[in-house]
Design a protein around this ligand. Structure first.
Ligand code: ZN
Length: 207
């Protein structure tokens, strides 16, 4: 493990402002206990969440398996708006959409998936969409044959398929916001552990 150069420029702890020069990069702030990585790289790990303050570039390891990868990076812009805004749907759907578009917060996370995980994700999305589409076509046929009960069942399968496809496509998402921090879920425990264990390599970004 390397530590922050004592003769280099000062690195302030992003929580308490303590000068972190001389501390181990994988360690914690001696004053407040915040992970040093959080101040140096802009992210830290809290339980099953990756906590970031803004745009973040993660090391070149698969976030699902933690294996080192040589695949192209994925630049994902994540959005978050307060769940209570959903109540606006009761007022007006258009008002809801406009308010969400205006107030939503976003951050860009650059991460990596192994080729096999990328392929798995594609197969799951494609399967969900195929089931969804089949159910829609089936529903139309059943409606034309006045099979109302089966028509409704087909519609339900259609929507469930769409929702599943949406869930499968979002590998990571913002679970919550606290202060100015984005709490991101969807990264495997081994990957998160490795972020806290070691001196995280910077500059793994592949443009
Ligand atoms: Zn501190």
């Amino acid at each position: 493990m390397s530590s922050i150069n004592t003769s280099g420029p000062s690195v302030a702890c992003s929580s308490c402002g303590y000068d972190l020069r001389g501390t181990v990069i994988g360690g914690t702030c001696p004053e407040c206990g915040l992970a040093v990585n959080s101040s140096v790289h802009g992210f830290r790990v809290e339980g099953k969440y990756l906590v970031v303050r803004g745009d973040t570039i993660l090391p070149a390891r698969c976030i699902n398996t933690n294996e080192v990868v040589d695949t192209k990076q994925i630049d994902k812009t994540l959005y978050w708006s307060h769940p209570a805004l959903l109540l606006l749907i009761l007022v007006n759907l258009l008002v809801f959409l406009i308010v969400v578009l205006v107030v939503r917060k976003k951050c860009k996370v650059t991460y990596f998936l192994s080729q096999s995980q990328k392929d798995r994700r594609r197969v799951k999305i494609a399967s969900a969409l195929l089931i969804s589409l089949t159910a829609l076509v089936g529903s139309v046929v059943l409606a034309m044959n006045e099979q109302l009960a089966f028509f409704l069942l087909g519609l339900v399968v259609f929507f469930v398929g769409l929702i599943c496809a949406a869930i499968f496509s979002s590998t990571i998402r913002i679970a919550k916001m606290k202060d100015r921090d984005f709490w991101i879920s969807g990264l495997c425990p081994e990957f998160l552990q490795s972020l806290t264990d070691e001196d995280v390599p910077v500059g793994t970004y592949r443009p």
